[in-house]
Design a protein around this ligand. Structure first.
Ligand SMILES: *[C@@H]1O[C@H](CO)[C@@H](O)[C@H](O)[C@H]1NC(C)=O
Length: 409
């Protein structure tokens, strides 16, 4: 007992000395953090937990997390020293105090499928955390190639199976995620799920255009989230926002390649879906299959409402403005169904650029539940290389302000 009382503080003191510290130890200046890391911060460095000659760092990360989370440390550091290799891992809270994980190194996913036997849906998970931050200039590399090759979207002979999400934030409250790069995720890159009050900024997401289902940033059942100043180029939606999400802002997003910015899909399998108060402002989309899209399956219920798409520049985008209430992403054709997710109060304002297809505006709404309160204002979309562009509007109650081109017949 006595020994433990002596040892625990000693270990913490040693740990705080082993990390760089510009103020307390001027002979080992802190290259990156000196200016904004006061010496009073308690740091835990994953390097200190790395076993000799271990090629897998999962246990080291688990031990470092447990230490940082339970001891009231301020920062868990993943330094820019090497490539760290991780199997599926859960970083769960609550922690003793507000924690920042500073990732400057590169983290790579295990490429051994048997490592994912217990949970094929997740690689790195952060759960049940309050006032938690992830920052740094590090890269999280999902090594997704082995999973993409097994996707039914790539090989039509294979059954459709899910692959892991690279980074999941589940049930986090007051969360900040910034700076990091997510590369080649197994399936989706970053999910915010059942979180409240999230700031995500200066993120970079990168994967090949042909990588299947690799959504960049996916928002599900999350409220009060702002995603800003991020660059996403991937094989699926750059940002997707699905049911249970409310007060979602996407600001200054650069997207492409990819499938654009999506609300949905919603209402699959006759489910109820609820998305409201979404603002997408100052996005730039280039070479994407869609620009800003709302997609719902037939047979669903609920709503997608109070949505604004503003100040958006499109370059060579296949479907710049699209509402698709007959979305069907499955092998069997979808049958006609009367019920639908209600699409309501959608503003498109100041949207300019080029459409890669002839139909720059496609509003394909449900016959039984037409789109309500659609406003098109100051729209100027032309075909790529100044070709003709047209609009197609079905079952949409819409109004126009300013110049709107193309315009529905
Ligand atoms: C329209 O959006 C573009 C960005 O695509 C922006 O540069 C421009 O200032 C906006 N115009 C107005 C009147 O807000």
């Amino acid at each position: 007992m006595f020994l433990r009382r002596l040892l625990v503080p000693l270990v913490i003191i040693l740990l705080s000395f082993s990390t760089c510290n510009g103020l307390r130890n001027p002979s080992r200046p802190c290259r990156q953090r000196a200016s904004h890391t006061p010496s009073s911060l308690k740091m835990v460095d994953v390097e200190a937990f790395k076993g000799k000659g271990e090629s897998d760092d999962t246990e080291a990360f688990e031990r470092a997390w447990n230490k940082a989370c339970s001891s009231g440390a301020d920062v868990l550091v993943v330094p820019n020293k090497r490539v760290y290799h991780l199997k599926p891992i859960v970083f769960s809270g609550p922690c003793k105090s507000d924690l920042t994980m500073k990732i400057d190194g590169t983290i790579e996913a295990s490429t051994d499928p048997s490592d994912y036997k217990e949970d094929e849906r997740h690689w790195i998970r952060f759960e049940n955390l309050q006032n938690f931050k992830v920052e740094g200039r590090g890269t999280i590399n999902g090594n997704g190639q082995i999973w993409w090759a097994k996707s039914c979207k790539v090989n039509k002979n294979l059954p459709c199976r899910e692959a892991p999400t690279a980074l999941t934030f589940l049930e986090c409250n007051n969360l900040m995620v910034s700076g990091i790069t997510s590369k080649d995720a197994q399936q989706m890159h970053i999910i915010f799920q059942k979180c409240v009050n999230v700031r995500a900024f200066n993120l970079k997401v990168t994967a090949p255009e042909r990588s299947p289902n690799t959504d960049g940033i996916h928002v599900t059942a999350t409220q009060n989230i702002q995603i800003s100043n991020s660059v996403v180029g991937t094989g699926d939606d750059c940002v997707s926002i699905v049911s249970g999400s409310k007060n979602v802002q996407v600001l200054d997003l650069t997207c492409g390649p990819g499938h654009g910015i999506s609300i949905g899909s919603l209402g699959k399998g006759q489910s109820g879906a609820f998305v409201s108060d979404v603002l997408v402002n100052r996005a730039k989309l280039s070479g994407t299959t869609n620009g800003v899209r709302i997609k719902t399956w037939q047979g669903g219920s609920g709503y997608a409402k109070n949505i604004r798409f503003e100040n958006i520049a499109m370059h060579n985008v296949e479907n710049p403005l699209i509402i698709d209430q007959h979305y069907c992403d499955q092998e069997k054709p979808c049958r006609d169904q009367a019920s639908a997710v209600q699409v309501e109060n959608v503003v498109y304002q100041n949207i300019t650029g080029t459409s890669a297809s002839e139909t720059a505006i496609r509003l394909d709404c449900s016959r039984g539940h037409p789109c309500q309160g659609i406003l098109l204002q100051d729209i100027d979309l032309v075909g790529t290389s100044h070709g003709h562009a047209q609009a197609s509007c079905v079952s949409a109650s819409l109004s126009r302000r300013g110049r709107v081109s193309p315009s529905c017949p």
